[in-house]
Design a protein around this ligand. Structure first.
Ligand SMILES: Cc1cc2nc3c(=O)[nH]c(=O)nc-3n(C[C@H](O)[C@H](O)[C@H](O)COP(=O)(O)O)c2cc1C
Length: 193
């Protein structure tokens, strides 16, 4: 069987975002394993309007061309890692819009999470897990959370993520779990196709 294809989704798009730092750090860790094909998927590259279709693409094909490109891109992966901030205790609106713009493409695939913020993005990640259930995904248990004073040091003072000793073991556990689910569900999708 081929290696699972995993997208690390950058879930914020503002010009001075922090998201690139944890996303690239995670890409390095995931790529070094050698057991998954992993790449960054940046919402900046898919500037979709606020959802303006007749229905979810579960029911009616989308008209917007960027949305169609987004759906094709999402369809190509076996699993996803959402690298997300917390905006007013929830996920960034641009991420919710991107989630709404696909449906069958997310189905029966695992979702893992790296959150950052005052409480490690935990409130956003918990809401994101619920959204993933509606998208018929398998949200995984172990997340990576950059929080509190550590988040402030990384965000505002540029402290490298390698200097937080708990993050790499957390990422390893998260990636182990994601790999198991991505492999199992990929096989199951193929058997029931
Ligand atoms: C609109 C907005 C709302 C925010 N709300 C929260 C919040 O609820 N919890 C939190 O920990 N940080 C919050 N923050 C601070 C973010 O954690 C911080 O700005 C972070 O850098 C945002 O991620 P980004 O740089 O990738 O956009 C908020 C930031 C913005 C712009």
């Amino acid at each position: 069987m081929t290696q699972p294809r995993i997208a690390i989704i950058l879930s914020t798009t503002r010009a001075t975002r922090f998201a690139d730092i944890p996303a690239r750090w995670l890409l390095d860790h995931a790529g070094a394993r050698g057991d998954m094909d992993v790449e960054l998927l940046d919402l900046r590259d898919y500037p979709m309007p606020f959802f303006d279709e007749a229905a979810s693409n579960a029911w009616v094909p989308s008209q917007d061309e960027i949305a169609q490109a987004w759906q094709r891109k999402v369809a190509g992966y076996d699993g996803y890692i959402f690298v997300t901030a917390e905006y007013n205790r929830s996920i960034p609106a641009v991420l919710k819009n991107a989630l709404d713009y696909a449906y069958p493409e997310w189905n029966r695939k695992p979702a893992a999470f790296l959150g950052y913020g005052s409480v490690g993005g935990a409130r956003a990640v918990e809401q994101l897990r619920l959204i993933c259930v509606e998208l018929q995904m398998a949200p995984t248990r172990n997340g990576v959370h950059l929080q509190g004073a550590d988040f402030l040091a990384a965000w505002q003072q540029g402290k490298p993520l390698e200097e937080f000793p708990y993050l790499a073991p957390n990422a390893a556990t998260m990636l182990d779990e994601l790999h198991w689910w991505a492999t199992a569900l990929s096989r199951a999708r193929a058997e029931t196709a």
